[in-house]
Design a protein around this ligand. Structure first.
Ligand code: FES
Length: 500
């Protein structure tokens, strides 16, 4: 039977670290226990810093645990665009930094979790004649930037008879095994990890910064906010990034899995990798978070149908989804947070967080140690968007404005709670007020305010994952209003319905 859980979380370790229970002082506090937070913490500790990491949920419970597990400098076809928008120097820095990340993760897995990784080539493929020229041009650009790119044809390539763009010697990992191996190495050398410890605020005072949580305050010289989208935002990152959800399935095959990792040039995007010797992971069907028309189990059905069309599928084992943020100028934001002296951020990885998060760890460790970072010019969190970025920024924020209005209109169309079948959720109207309600499989009704606690947009029901998702900046909440993903740090207000 298919399980609704990321294949990596389901098959990864279940180690638990304790929550914070008292105030503490360290050199650096890292907020967020995904790839970026863990890597940054480990790099800083190697510099001799005393580090504490706090995580709202479990380590790798968020995007890191829901990725494809590809660590590669091949980010679809991105390099032509990066050169055109940012010039060869910055595009080259991005390319070389991400290729450095492949080798760095390979070294770390070799040392800490040898079973958690495997070298493999990465391919972009097309099924259209028109795609051939795009791949040729991308190949020339990527090779010029120093990446191991070539065009290949051959019978062993699945999916297509057209040439594919290959990057040699990339890396596949089990991201949760890897994350927990980083955590174990951190703790072994004296670092602290606190799970189940949501951070609410980051304050800066004279000579120190403080991270406030419900169960204690951590004081440090520096704070790294590695929470996918920063929970403290002095840099307007929520206005410069768009939240996107993607879906994943893991299947067992009759026969052997393909050896490489693959992503389609053509739409709809399909990203594929082997899972063991006889399984595959397929990811795709992305849409903007909070799109209640698309947040539907049909997304997984599309991926499963595609898998059946291309492989001899024996069984589908897992279904899940994950979130990331795309930025208005296609580069991540990493570095010191604008208008802060002791707070650092890393966000906007455009779905390539395993390599970009590793690069972010290097940049942040350099900056906190007082060194220049060679990669910073391509990632600098304080940069202004280019002209095309400004246009995207305006479009994105018009979209947010539209959401504020359309959310109000949607509330007017709400039905009564009696219309909700078990397992269904949505906006309902009760005594002239509109609330969000979910009827659980046993018939119980859970109802909450529809107003997102981040900046007041109207949350939308996600029928695929039984959650309330905010279309503006991607916060997500459970049916009971609890925070599943930031930037919101406070739950949705509960709005009990007297009778149904
Ligand atoms: Fe910003 Fe909801 S996430 S308003």
């Amino acid at each position: 039977m298919t399980r609704y859980q990321s294949v990596w979380r389901a098959t990864g370790p279940t180690t638990a670290y304790p929550p914070l229970t008292t105030d503490e002082g360290v050199d650096v506090v890292v907020v967020g226990g995904g790839i970026t937070g863990l890597t940054t913490a480990l790099f800083l500790q190697a510099e001799g810093a005393r580090v504490a990491l706090v995580e709202r949920d479990h380590l790798c419970a968020g995007t890191t645990g829901g990725t494809t597990g590809k660590v590669t400098s091949q980010h679809g076809v991105i390099y032509r665009e990066l050169v055109a928008r940012h010039g060869s120097r910055r595009a080259g820095l991005y390319a070389v930094a991400n290729q450095w990340a492949v080798e760095t993760v390979a070294d770390l897995t070799q040392r800490l979790a040898p079973e958690a990784s495997m070298r493999a080539p990465a391919y972009v493929y097309t099924t259209r004649e028109e795609g051939r020229a795009d791949l040729e041009e991308e190949c020339r650009t990527a090779a010029k930037l120093g990446l191991p790119a070539s065009l290949v044809v051959g019978d062993d390539l699945p999916f297509s008879r057209f040439p594919a763009l290959r990057f040699t010697d990339q890396l596949l990992i089990h991201p949760v095994d890897y994350g927990y191996a980083l955590a174990a190495a951190l703790v072994e050398e004296g670092g602290k990890i606190y799970e189940g410890t949501p951070a609410f605020r980051v304050e800066e005072g004279s000579g120190e910064a403080r991270v406030r949580t419900a169960s204690g305050t951590l004081t440090a010289g520096h704070v790294v906010v590695a929470t996918l989208l920063p929970i403290v935002d002095m840099g307007g990152f929520f206005a410069k990034s768009a939240p996107v959800r993607a879906y994943g399935v893991a299947a067992r095959l009759h026969g052997a899995a393909p050896e490489g990792m693959y992503i389609s040039l053509d739409s709809p995007t399909r990203s594929v990798r082997p899972w063991g010797t006889d399984g595959i992971v397929v990811v795709g069907e992305s849409h903007r978070t909070g799109d209640d028309e698309r947040s539907h189990p049909a997304r997984w059905e599309e991926l499963e149908q595609w898998s059946r069309d291309n492989f001899e599928v024996a069984s589908f084992e897992y279904r899940w989804s994950a979130q990331d943020f795309s930025t208005v100028d296609s580069l991540p934001y990493v570095g010191r947070s604008p208008r802060r002296r002791r707070t650092y951020v890393a966000t906007g990885f455009n779905k390539w967080g395993l390599s970009n998060g590793t690069v972010a760890g290097s940049i942040l460790a350099d900056l906190i140690a007082g060194r220049e970072s060679r990669w910073l010019p391509a990632f600098d969190a304080t940069r202004l968007p280019d002209l095309a970025g400004v246009r995207n920024l305006v479009g994105h924020n018009l979209e947010v404005g539209r959401e504020l209005v359309s959310g109000t209109v949607a509330r007017l169309r709400a039905a009564g709670p009696e219309d909700l079948a078990p397992g269904e959720g949505g906006m309902v109207s009760v005594d002239g007020a509109t609330v969000g309600a979910y009827r659980d499989p046993d018939g119980g009704l859970h109802s909450v305010s529809l107003t997102c606690t981040h900046m007041g947009c109207t949350v939308r029901w996600n029928q695929a994952e039984a959650s309330w998702d905010c279309p503006c900046h991607g916060s997500r909440f459970g049916p009971d209003g609890s925070v599943l993903a930031g930037p919101a740090v406070h739950p949705l207000e509960r709005r009990p319905i007297d009778s149904d």
